[in-house]
Design a protein around this ligand. Structure first.
Ligand SMILES: Cc1ncc(COP(=O)(O)O)c(C=O)c1O
Length: 400
């Protein structure tokens, strides 16, 4: 028996949501059915909303200390109960956002002009952060075969050996492909980085969407005292809290931790916590494990629906491998032969749907788009119909 309703109709009206109201700069118009940016059309669990309401009732939202047992306790409890990882207070540091931490880790471990290694495809904001920090994007493309992605260790090692490449930004689970890395792969990546003095940043914000959850291995598990490794994560994806900026990072490298905290406190003066998010973290991590499990079952159902729909109606044009994680479907239209620009324009003009063009996550076109499946089944059905309609019309126009 399920306890939670993920089919509930939701609205973002009046909330200035980027998903709905922010399509113009990326897709050239508004009024599209949105399945692009990674937030959910699913309400945050009630236990979290209630905890925030209770905090609101206090009426005072002054500067807030994050170093307190109600922050550390729930974070440690979550990691132990979900992933069997033992964290200690001194390994955990609150920070304003995941990207903020990625950016600081890069700034503190490299100089302008140095190389930062990224896999391709990559989460697009990593590209933005490297550009914003005047670092060079060093591309280590994943190896793709039939929509399965693997890591190119030989290429990676060669890149790590180059003295100007100072940092590797890893994504686990991987956005956009949904690849979950194994313990052996992670150990190998870590060994190569350590042997070559390359700092290892692991962005694990999608960690709660690994199916089954036991398959998630965090870099935090492989860390040893003083390792030049940092894991950054948060609750923004898992509990749909992205507009309440926060994150936390995990490291056993005390000097690095102190350096980052000094930057937060003295360079930017953002060392205090968001009081609402502290209430949310406690409720989420202490009370909402069942909700996350059921949400993952719902997402799995949505991915099955997409997979079946493609098999039934679109197998000549699309291919898709169900990911082991995330709520992002990475769909290939390579076999359709439709050029990227034609497909992306048609999805907007004909299907009136906003899915993320694959080239947002790469340095080149890749014959793919990324579709966010974190909504009711009804919305996913509508999304697939729009994609179907787009391809049918292209066929009629002899573009396929
Ligand atoms: C891999 C990854 N990291 C980080 C973020 C964003 O995190 P934050 O908003 O805390 O910077 C996202 C959001 O899509 C993401 O997919």
């Amino acid at each position: 028996m399920t306890k939670f309703n993920f089919e509930e109709e939701t609205t973002r009206e009046g909330t200035f949501s980027i998903q709905y109201e922010g399509t113009e700069p990326v897709f050239g118009r508004t009024g599209l059915a949105p399945f692009w940016i990674a937030d959910m059309d699913i309400k945050t669990p009630e236990a979290i909303t209630e905890a925030m309401k209770k905090r609101l009732d206090n009426g005072i939202f002054g500067y807030t200390i994050w170093k307190n047992p109600k922050f550390y306790g729930p974070v440690k409890q979550w990691w132990k109960s979900r992933f069997d990882v033992d964290l200690t207070d001194d390994m955990i540091t609150y920070a304003p956002s995941v990207l903020y931490t990625v950016s600081e880790a890069i700034r503190l471990n490299s100089e302008k002009g140095d190389g930062v290694i990224l896999t391709m495809p990559t989460y697009n904001a990593f590209l933005k952060v490297l550009k914003g920090n005047d670092r060079k994007v060093v591309s280590c493309p994943l190896i793709e075969e039939n929509n399965e992605y693997s890591f190119d260790f030989e290429h990676f090692e060669a890149l790590c050996r180059e003295p100007e490449n100072k940092v590797y930004v890893h994504c686990n689970p991987h956005n956009p492909t949904g690849r979950v890395w194994t313990r052996e792969e992670l150990q190998k990546m870590k060994d190569i980085c350590l042997q070559n003095d390359v700092f290892f940043v692991s962005d694990e914000i999608h960690m709660d969407f690994v199916r089954p959850k036991e398959d998630f291995v965090s870099m935090a598990e492989l860390m040893e005292e003083d390792d030049p490794i940092l894991v950054t994560t948060g609750l923004g994806k898992t509990f749909n809290l992205a507009s309440l900026p926060h994150s936390y990072f995990i490291t056993k490298n005390e000097p690095l931790k102190e350096k980052i905290v000094r930057e937060f406190d003295h360079r930017y003066n953002v060392g205090t916590a968001n009081s609402l998010i502290l209430a949310a973290i406690e409720a989420a991590y202490m009370e909402c494990g069942d909700w996350v499990d059921e949400l993952n079952d719902h997402l799995e159902g949505n991915f099955d629906y997409i997979s079946d729909y493609i098999d039934e109606h679109l197998s000549e044009h699309l291919s898709f491998k169900k990911p082991d994680s995330t709520y992002l479907a990475w769909i290939s239209f390579e076999k359709s032969g439709i050029p990227d620009a034609v497909m992306h324009k048609a999805l907007v003009d004909i299907g009136e749907i906003a899915v993320s063009p694959g080239h947002m996550y790469d340095l080149a076109e890749n014959g793919r788009f990324r579709m966010n499946v974190a909504s009711s089944r009804k919305r996913i059905e509508e999304g697939m119909e729009r994609i179907h309609r787009t391809i049918e019309r292209l066929k009629e126009e002899s573009k396929v």
